[in-house]
Design a protein around this ligand. Structure first.
Ligand SMILES: Nc1ncnc2c1ncn2[C@@H]1O[C@H](COP(=O)(O)OP(=O)(O)OP(=O)(O)O)[C@@H](O)[C@H]1O
Ligand SMILES: [Mg+2]
Length: 299
């Protein structure tokens, strides 16, 4: 189940998307469609979670999340339905802020700054940490072009050359440019589901985020569209740090560098069981419950 999505009407989603917009667009460096990867050391944490817990109406949905999300790597969140993967992911860019019953405790540090209690504004956070939702959610009444640059426009960018550069760079980075470059004015609704999801990835990338959060981005797609998005991951991580929720163990093994395994405890609250490199999780997990899960014994 997915409380987050059940709750989100389209208009809320669109508002959240637009909230991701910001004025921080000055340093988009696009070379052949890909931002030059920063020289940050690959082991440096983009996000650090310290004993993060999320509750709704006083009932704990997820707790005990302590791990580092390394820069320019793909981190997957895996675990059975209801273990709190979406809830934890949404906490990373404060998507629970609009839910009065939600409470987030612990620390989530973006580049060392606490995103809940520090000096980072919500607008800045949403520009630095982008989100791609489970179901492709392009703005259906807008053209392909307008979808990609919606956030930039919302943040006040008007210069056509800047918008065009971000448009092409983002669509190339999302591996969609070659399929749409001759119909950028067509409605986004005319695209296939897989293309729409890559459009949403391009829309998020246009804001030049440091981190891209993806909640089961391929679960609504066919195998070929899924494969295209999976192939995208290795190029995307040169540009952004990726955190992906997936139900698909093979997908986690194929595309992620690190894995966080969540499981519901006796009281049904999700908790972090193990965080490690994907290789270790799949070949030599520290916890017997991880082994049971990845070998398909439950979930
Ligand atoms: N807005 C909300 N209000 C109340 N409870 C919620 C809300 N959002 C999530 N929950 C609860 O938090 C728990 C974890 O849900 P979550 O959607 O994070 O699980 P998940 O691991 O993503 O599951 P799935 O794999 O089915 O998507 C569930 O018990 C869910 O009912
Ligand atoms: Mg979920």
């Amino acid at each position: 189940m997915d409380g987050g999505f059940a709750r989100s009407s389209k208009s809320v989603m669109e508002t959240e998307m637009l909230e991701n917009a910001t004025t921080r667009v000055v340093d988009v460096a696009v070379v052949d469609g890909a931002k030059v990867a920063s020289p940050a050391e690959p082991t440096t944490a983009a996000l650090s979670l310290r004993d993060v817990a999320v509750s709704f109406n006083g009932r704990t949905a997820v707790r005990g999340a302590t791990f580092d999300i390394a820069r320019h790597r793909v981190t997957s969140l895996i675990g059975p339905s209801g273990s709190g993967k979406t809830t934890l992911l949404r906490a990373l860019n404060r998507l629970h802020d609009r839910t009065p019953s939600a409470k987030v405790t612990g620390e989530i540090l973006l580049d060392g700054h606490d995103v809940y209690r520090g000096d980072i504004t919500l607008t800045e956070l949403r520009s630095r940490v982008g989100m791609v939702f489970q179901r492709p959610n392009p703005f259906p009444t807008m053209s392909i072009r307008d979808n990609v640059v919606a956030g930039l426009r919302f943040s006040g960018v008007r210069k056509k050359s800047v918008l065009d550069e971000a448009l092409e760079g983002s669509l190339r980075a999302a591996a969609l440019w070659d399929e749409v470059d001759n119909r950028l004015k067509n409605s986004a609704a005319s695209l296939s589901g897989g293309q729409q999801q890559r459009l949403c990835i391009a829309r998020a990338l246009a804001m030049n985020p440091e981190v891209l959060l993806m909640d089961e981005p391929t679960s609504a797609l066919d195998p070929i569209a899924t494969q295209r998005i999976e192939e995208l991951m290795s190029s995307l991580k040169q540009r952004v740090t990726v955190v992906i929720v997936t139900h698909n163990m093979q997908q986690a093994a194929r595309i992620s560098d690190d894995c966080a395994f969540l499981l519901m405890g006796e009281d049904r609250a999700g908790e972090l069981v193990e965080f490690s490199s994907t290789e270790k999780i799949f070949n030599d997990p520290a916890d017997a419950r991880t082994l049971d899960y990845i070998s398909g014994r439950f979930g």
